[in-house]
Design a protein around this ligand. Sequence first.
Ligand SMILES: [Fe+2]
Ligand SMILES: [Fe+2]
Length: 333
Amino acid sequence: MSLKNVRLEVMQFLEKDVDALIEKYLIPIDTIWQPTDFLPNSEGKDEAFFEEIKEIRELAKELPYDFWVVLVGDMITEEALPTYESWLMDVEGVDQVGEGGNGWSKWVKQWTAEENRHGDVLNKYLYLSGRVNMKEVEKTTQHLIADGFDIGTDRDPYKNFVYTSFQELATYISHNRVAKIAKSKGNKRLAKMCQIISGDEMRHHHAYSEFIERIFEVDPNQMMMAFYYMMKQKITMPAHFLRESGGKIGTAFEEFSNTAQRIGVYTSRDYVEILEKLIARWKIDTITNLDDDAEKARDYLMKLPQRMYRLADRMKIPENSYQFKWVEPAVSK
Ligand SMILES: [Fe+2]
Ligand SMILES: [Fe+2]
C-alpha cells in the first residue's frame, strides 16, 4: 500500500473519535467568550460607551511602538484564517462534501469558528486604540490572504498536525507575552483579551498534539518520519508572506519577526523550547519497534534542540525599530 493510502486509512480509523475530541477540546458556541465580552458595549448609553473608548485610547498611549507593530502582526496573522481553513480542508482524510462533511471536516470547521474570534477582537481593539493606521493594516491583511501560504506540509495529515501542534503553542506564547506586557503598563482590558486568546491556543495545541499521539500509536514509523521532515525543513510561520502595501511578497515578515524578538514576545529560543515540548509530549525517546530510517529520524530529533540552542544564542537582532506603515512614528515611544 502506498504511504498516501496508509495515511488515509489511519485518518479514517481515527475519525470515529473526532466527535469525542471536539467535545474534549472545543467549547460550545453558546458558552464560549465572544469579542464583545472585552469591548465597550455600543448598545449601551452613549456616555458610558464614549468613556470606555476614551480610556482605551488613553491607556494605549502607554505602550511603545514595537509593541503595536507586534500586536498588528499578530492580529493580521489571525485574520488570515481563510488561508488556514482552506489549507486544512484540503488535507488527505478531511472531506467537507456531503451531509455535514466527515468527522475531520467537522473538526476543521469548529476549530475555525473558534479561531475566528481572535482576529475579530484584536481588530476591533486596534481600531479603537487610535495607535495604528488601520487602512495600511487592512491592506496588509488583504495581501496576506491573497498571497496564501505554503508551509511545506503537502496534503499529508501527519505533517499538517505537526505543524498545527507547533503553531498553536507558538501563538499561545506570543499572545501570552503580549498580555503580560499590556498588564505591566496597566492595560487590563488588552491583557485579558490576549490572555483569553492564548487560552484558546493552548487548548488547540493539546488537541492537535493528541491527534499526533494517536497516530504514533498506529503508525509510529511514518509519524516519526513526518515529524523529522517538518523539523528538518523548519516550521515556517503562517505570516511568512507578510508584506506592506506597495511591498513585495514576504518583505515585511523578517522585520515583524525581528520586532517580536526584540520585545521578547516570540524568540528563536521559544522555537527550540516548543520543539523540546513536542519531543517530551510525544515521548519520542521511548517509542520502540522503529525501523532503521525512523530510528535515525528519532536520533536527529533528539539532538536537534541542543544544536538549535547554540544557533539561537548566536543570533543578533537589530537594535533599532523598523518603520512600518501600520504604526505612526510621531506618537511612538
Ligand atoms: Fe488564534
Ligand atoms: Fe490557533
